[in-house]
Design a protein around this ligand. Sequence first.
Ligand SMILES: Nc1nc2[nH]cc(C(=O)O)c2c(=O)[nH]1
Ligand code: SF4
Ligand SMILES: [Mg+2]
Length: 248
Amino acid sequence: MTTPQPISLGPQAGEADFGLIVAECFGVEVPTFQGEGPSCGHPAIFIRLSRCNLTCTKCDTKYTWDWSQFDPRKESTKRTVEDLLAYAALSPVELVVITGGEPLIQQARLVPLVRGLISAGKRVEVETNGSIAPLHELVIDGVRFNVSPKLASFGIKESKSIVPAALEAFVASRRAGFKFVASTLADLDRIAELADTYRLAPVWVMPEGTTPEAITATTRVLADAVAARHWHFTTRLHVLAFADARGR
Ligand SMILES: Nc1nc2[nH]cc(C(=O)O)c2c(=O)[nH]1
Ligand code: SF4
Ligand SMILES: [Mg+2]
């Protein structure tokens, strides 16, 4: 079994603070909540890293990777770990969500950031697509992984998005929940197959949609069937509350 390696971005943390490629930070100036998953509704601040290793057609953050539509020089900046720690320290909010894009592309450089956040009394949730195994230095107290494996119906080949060794590493970490985006009952059948094959638990289902109307409609389609499987359900609170505005 081969362990997936993070895509190299040059010199790594420990050598020097070369910083992280960041799309946006939010939640300090204009407060918000973790909108998804086990901590939905908790006050949170966000560090959204740029770049992704996948190309889902239904992606809602294409400004982190789709350079046919967006300009990387406008959509990303390099920020040092020190600068990001200073940003998080501006807020009394305990929960820091590190998302993307795919944040684990830059995971070697996340190690000092995550350590610094935890030393400062924060806790961290990493939103990941689950296709890159986490470094053991990130599998520490104070860190949880919200792993969202992407189904074929999300517009990505599962031969790319479903990486058995990475999923097995998240299961073994005992610090992961598996949050699947779904829009149909057929998606739930596929989630059940994956959960069975890789022993993924706990399973969370989140309705696809970037408008309150779409979230509500999909919730009505899925909720009974999710409950019947004894899975967890999460909404997308930032879509309901803030109409999916950027920076909320
Ligand atoms: N409020 C809020 N909660 C979120 N949880 C996960 C997000 C993401 O984009 O990964 C997100 C986001 O963009 N906003
Ligand atoms: S894995 Fe997530 S960030 Fe990457 S393309 Fe797919 S939806 Fe977008
Ligand atoms: Mg999002």
